[in-house]
Write a protein that binds this ligand. Structure first.
Ligand code: HEC
Length: 157
């Protein structure tokens, strides 16, 4: 084989591998679990967490001191945070590791469900008894955010 045809050969092999990779990716993404595609399960998880982050933002900014403490707003957002948080477990019922959700979530001995349940409980407590001053708010937001980062470290890519 001369140099030119050798290069051509390498190029063709690379193109074939790329096409196979894309096909595999596409097939995997469209693989169904519990009647829905992996892509679907990933999307509803991201939607849930994005809403959670959005509803939490005003109070986390208050906790940082970027916004003035506003008891009525804290109460309102606490309800919203709990409302979305309690839908999170149902978004993980299918064993659908895709996107940033690691397979460990559904592995034997995983404490993912307990962690998520504890997190939801905490948002419930927050909605039932919203922090009534800045100090309480800071503490509550700190505790919530510890849940976020600990779980992400273990179960999110
Ligand atoms: C019990 C585990 C757990 C807890 C608690 C948790 N997360 Fe997550 N989060 C995940 C997993 C797993 C994913 C990846 C989902 C996927 O990619 O399908 C994720 C994804 C996200 C995303 C989507 C990222 C993107 O791609 O845009 C955001 C935003 C997010 N989390 C914010 C939060 C915030 C804010 C909190 C706390 C208030 C939190 N999460 C608490 C497990 C958790």
């Amino acid at each position: 084989m001369n140099l030119k045809s050798h290069r051509m050969f390498v190029l063709i092999v690379m193109v074939i591998l790329l096409v196979m990779g894309l096909l595999w990716y596409q097939l995997n993404w469209n693989r169904k679990v519990n009647g829905e595609t992996l892509g679907y399960w990933h999307q509803i998880r991201v939607d849930g967490f994005s809403t959670l982050r959005k509803e939490l933002r005003p109070v986390s900014e208050m906790a940082k001191g970027d916004l003035p403490f506003d008891a009525a707003k804290v109460e309102e957002q606490s309800m919203q945070v709990f409302a979305i948080a309690q839908t999170l477990p149902s978004r993980f019922i299918a064993n659908a590791p895709s996107g940033d959700a690691l397979p460990g979530i559904w592995a034997k001995g995983s404490d993912f469900n307990e962690r998520l349940a504890r997190f939801v409980e905490q948002t419930q407590a927050l909605s039932e008894k919203p922090p009534s001053d800045y100090q309480q708010l800071r503490l509550a937001i700190d505790q919530l955010q510890t849940h976020c980062s600990e779980c992400h470290k273990l179960y999110r890519d």
